[in-house]
Design a protein. Structure first.
Length: 564
């Protein structure tokens, strides 16, 4: 079936089976990626590669050595699909999506107006309930911070101080895939698609908005909005020409506003720096319009960002430079993905599940021999693209590999189930309460360990307020991993921590296996087993220190730093 035909069938594709037992969306993705690439596609990823990749992508964690052994030794041909289905139902999935969209939407701003716990808790609740993504976007763009119940959702605007220009730039970039910053002063010099009229049409939704002191609960700031204020602009190249615009998105016509009787413009009239509430809010017109069928750029951009999260690169790359001079690598596929996401009701779980079950996602990052650089161009997706771990993934992966996560999890479960037997019996009395117990334990685990992630964010994240999808390697990162207290302390712990487990193993081959499964989610090659055996033999009685050094070498390796 040709991809153009499949586009017409987008409705219901996330769940519709094909005649040969597959899935229309899944099949269409693979047909689009594989078209004309016969003999140039990478082989399927090994079970270890796939297990580590999908667990990191869907939960932000790496598997334990026990989980890795169980998966690697499972002979079932359906184990990958079963794994994906189980991962999106774990509490860690909602936590992972919370981190992804927090970073995507707030870009690590310092939470000056809305506490981080409140905003992140709001996000996690949406993803745990698998609330349609378009509804979440409408809510975060509509909330003004005046209502305590919806104040966490207002963080998107409040952390930008309600600044009309910042809101214009970020809504265009994050939700429409267009970095139109340069269009504030003139039509974009490099990209003909980006017009000054686009900038100010979007700006007109926000130009009346401001941050009002004491406008929110408990004297906190909230968004206010004037009832009047038109938008005019001039190009720096045509200073004698003044243009006027109403609110609109990209090339759409201006939104029609209902007439308001003079003297009745406000529900709450502003006093001093107080909060004005107009009878007709321009800002309130945007969320429904942005997420409607009239704005295909929204679903296209969201699908592209989710594809980039899973595949390591957008079909449009960079994800915020969508224009005709930078076309999608697979244009029909991007249309299909956006339409399928929309017709599914913006079902994030279903969408990510289908991406994870494609051959494109489960391909190895190892290229077949004899291919040219052109054959391996990243935009062709003929092999898996290696993705650097995000700061949060890096921190949790290090804590998972060293045994910090499993030990803290045992402590949390002890406190939850053993200290109070009545509570334990209540939690285990029915499936609903059991699931609640799992969620409570996961939440408490994060409460105890999240502070340990701060060092990784400090050293590996981009500066606040910038797009976070690009990452660099720095000397400070190397020093943090080499001399930083967290890693050195975690590697020194005994007992059931990684180093304690390794010291308890007499057989060097068993040491190598536990070491590689714990850090890289794979068994060592014969050569690697021999290297571990020789290294331990050379160190003689200094065996515990030698094991820490081996673990440190793997944790700071390129293989550990990337998800591939």
């Amino acid at each position: 079936m040709r991809i153009l035909v499949v586009v017409v069938l987008a409705a219901g594709m996330l769940a519709a089976p094909s005649a040969h037992g597959g899935n229309l969306l899944r099949d269409a993705i693979d047909q689009a990626i594989e078209a004309g690439q016969a003999g140039k596609l990478g082989p399927p990823a090994t079970d270890g590669e796939f297990l580590r990749r999908v667990t990191l992508d869907l939960t932000g964690l790496i598997p334990t050595s026990a989980e890795a052994r169980a998966f690697l030794d499972d002979p079932s041909p359906y184990k990958r699909e079963r794994l994906i289905d189980s991962l999106v139902d774990r509490p860690e999935y909602a936590r992972r999506m919370q981190v992804v969209f927090d970073v995507m939407w707030l870009e690590r701003r310092p939470n000056a107006q809305v506490p981080a716990d409140a905003w992140r808790g709001y996000l996690r609740k949406q993803f745990a309930a698998n609330r349609p993504l378009d509804q979440v976007v409408r809510e975060i763009l509509s909330a003004d911070g005046s209502d305590p119940k919806t104040r966490p959702a207002a963080a998107f605007a409040l952390e930008r101080a309600g600044d009309p220009h910042v809101m214009t730039r970020d809504v265009a970039r994050i939700f429409l895939g267009r970095d139109i910053t340069c269009s504030q002063c003139h039509d974009h010099i490099l990209y003909d698609d980006y017009k000054q009229s686009h900038y100010y049409g979007l700006f007109a939704f926000f130009n009346r908005t401001y941050l009002a002191d004491n406008g929110g609960p408990d004297g906190k700031a909230a968004l206010g909005e004037h009832a009047e204020g038109d938008v005019t602009y001039k190009s720096v190249f045509k200073k004698k020409v003044t243009s006027t615009t109403g609110p609109h998105v990209i090339d759409a016509t201006d939104v029609k506003e209902a007439p308001i009787t003079k003297g009745e413009e406000y529900w709450a009239y502003p006093v001093g720096k107080g909060r004005a509430v107009p009878r007709q809010s321009r800002r309130a017109l945007l969320p429904a319009l942005l997420t409607s069928e009239q704005t295909p750029e929204f679903r296209r951009t969201l699908a592209n960002r989710l594809w980039a999260m899973m595949m390591g690169r957008g079909l449009v790359h960079p994800v915020d430079l969508d224009h005709s001079d930078n076309p999608a690598s697979h244009p029909e596929l991007l249309v299909l993905l956006g339409d399928s996401l929309a017709t599914s009701g913006y079902d994030l779980k279903a969408f990510l599940r289908e991406l994870a079950k494609t051959r494109a996602y489960s391909r190895s990052s190892e290229p077949p021999p004899g291919l040219s650089p052109g054959d391996l161009a990243p935009e062709k997706f003929t092999v898996a693209i290696m993705k650097p771990l995000t700061p949060e993934q890096m921190g949790w992966a290090v804590m998972g590999a060293t045994g910090v996560v499993s030990n803290y999890k045992l402590a949390v479960e002890h406190d939850l189930y053993e200290v109070n037997p009545k509570l334990r019996d209540l939690i285990k009395s029915d499936p609903r309460r059991t699931q609640l117990g799992i969620e409570l334990a996961e939440e408490e685990l994060h409460r105890r360990l999240d502070p340990s992630i701060n060092g990784f964010v400090q050293h590996f994240a981009r500066p606040p307020g910038q797009a976070q999808d690009a990452q660099t390697s720095t000397v400070n990162q190397a020093l943090f991993l080499t001399n930083g207290d967290p890693l050195q302390t975690w590697l020194s712990n005994g007992g059931t921590y990684l180093n304690g487990r390794l010291v308890a193993l007499a057989d060097p081959s068993s040491v190598a296996e536990e070491l590689y499964l714990s850090t890289l989610t794979r068994r060592p090659t014969p050569e690697e087993r021999d290297e571990v055996t020789r290294y331990l033999a050379d160190r003689g009685k200094d065996r515990p220190r030698a094991m820490r050094e081996l673990a440190w070498a793997l944790l700071t390796s390129t293989e550990f730093r990337f998800n591939h």
